[in-house]
Design a protein around this ligand. Structure first.
Ligand code: PLP
Length: 382
């Protein structure tokens, strides 16, 4: 039985759209290599599904957040280079080496643990240093590079493969002051190593917005997440792109989220709908009950504000989003039947609902809308 016949809701992944987006970025990046950022269950698209598609598309690098995500990739037979972008607990250093994963390093203690694991396993530990350039998240201050480099030089099992950083304020503004400041700091760190006679092979700082807007940030590798999934990081990114006279990438959303109608229910004028009685009908109303709620990742702030598509038409959410259900108004949609397809994100007929629209309604960003779709919901590549 197919996923879409057997589940309450499911996520469809368009392979054509993904490949199309990869080509758009490859064209933009030229010789710079591409990393598909597949952390957070590939931004909700399905870790293994996207890792496999990335492999087919010839992407040689994958970026995950945790050791567990890295191990999942390896256990599924994924062979690309995998960089853990997040934190790895000291006790997990051996797994990093055993599973041929790379880590971002910014603490001497993690470096030592990794070197010791590699020594014991008689293998190499490939590391990418993360430099603090102004995001003040992970990263080594430039003035501490000397200390960490001393440790690296003392451990022959450690291979300094990469140096990286991450932009703080590239999506939220059309002002390029802060990215340029961070880029300058990154170049200073690269030059610090050059002055020691060390050329680090893989330098990387670019994310989606940088890949679209700033060729000077490309270096050897670009870590692209959202763009590969067919979404723009922000309106500001698109505005900046147009202002600079750059051709905007033609991105196609990869993900659609669908469910089915679980009940059709006529209610009279004046009926209250759902928890808290926050909605009261103003006319005799036909409701469709949809088996998706905030547990599934349909945010509760979409209560009484969002809509879904059924038979190509908009059905507004009435009342509060429950843990496992929403109620939608189908009074103006003729012919809706039990188990009819419901579109929460995606296209149906002439209309569509985008992650950006839901994000605007929920007061958040598309990154959160898609990455929080419950990983237990099946993903289906079509
Ligand atoms: C370290 C790092 N690199 C790259 C990315 C990819 O960013 P984007 O999805 O905007 O391309 C992220 C995403 O949050 C990240 O944390």
């Amino acid at each position: 039985m197919r996923i879409d016949q057997a589940h309450l809701s499911w996520v469809e992944i368009s392979r054509d759209s993904f490949f199309h987006n990869v080509q758009e970025f490859k064209k933009r990046l030229g010789p710079t290599q591409l990393m598909a950022v597949v952390k957070a269950n590939a931004y909700g698209h399905g870790l293994l599904e996207i890792a496999r598609l990335a492999g087919e598309a010839g992407i040689g690098w994958l970026g995950v957040n945790s050791i567990e995500e890295g191990m999942t990739l390896r256990e599924a037979g994924i062979g690309q280079r995998v960089v853990i972008l997040g934190y790895v607990p000291l006790t997990k250093a051996k797994e990093v080496v055993r599973y041929d994963l790379r880590t971002i390093i910014y603490n001497p203690d993690n470096l030592k643990a990794l070197a010791e694991a590699a020594r014991q396993l008689k293998k190499k530990a490939f590391i990418h240093l993360k430099v603090e350039t102004g995001t003040n998240r992970q990263g080594i201050p430039i003035k501490k590079l000397g200390n960490i480099y001393k440790l690296i030089k003392a451990r022959p099992e450690v291979v300094l493969e990469g140096i990286s950083s991450h932009f703080a304020n590239i999506e939220d503004t059309t002002d390029d002051f802060y990215p340029r400041f961070q880029l300058q700091n990154f170049i200073e760190a690269i030059n610090w190593f050059k002055n020691q006679g060390v050329e680090i092979p893989i330098k990387h700082i670019a994310c989606t917005a940088a890949s679209i807007l700033f060729p000077e940030t490309y270096f050897d590798l670009a870590r692209v997440g959202l763009g590969l999934y067919g979404l723009w990081p922000s309106k500001e990114t698109l505005v900046s792109c147009r202002r600079r006279g750059q051709e905007p990438l033609k991105l196609k959303p990869v993900l659609s989220w669908r469910a089915r109608v679980a009940q059709i229910k006529p209610v009279p004028r004046g009926a209250y709908i759902g928890y808290g009685c926050t909605y009261r009908t103003t006319r005799p109303t036909k409701l469709a009950i949809v088996p998706v709620g905030y547990y599934d990742g349909y945010d509760r702030s979409l209560s009484n504000t969002a809509y879904v598509l059924i038979r190509g038409k908009r059905a507004p959410v009435r009342g509060r989003v429950c843990m496992n259900f929403i109620m939608v108004d189908i009074s103006d949609i003729p012919g809706v039947k039990l188990e009819d397809r419901v579109t929460l994100i995606g296209t149906d007929g002439q209309d569509r609902i985008t992650a950006d629209q839901l994000a605007a309604l929920a007061g958040t960003i598309s990154y959160e809308i898609i990455s929080r779709i419950n990983p237990l919901i099946p993903r289906m590549v079509i």
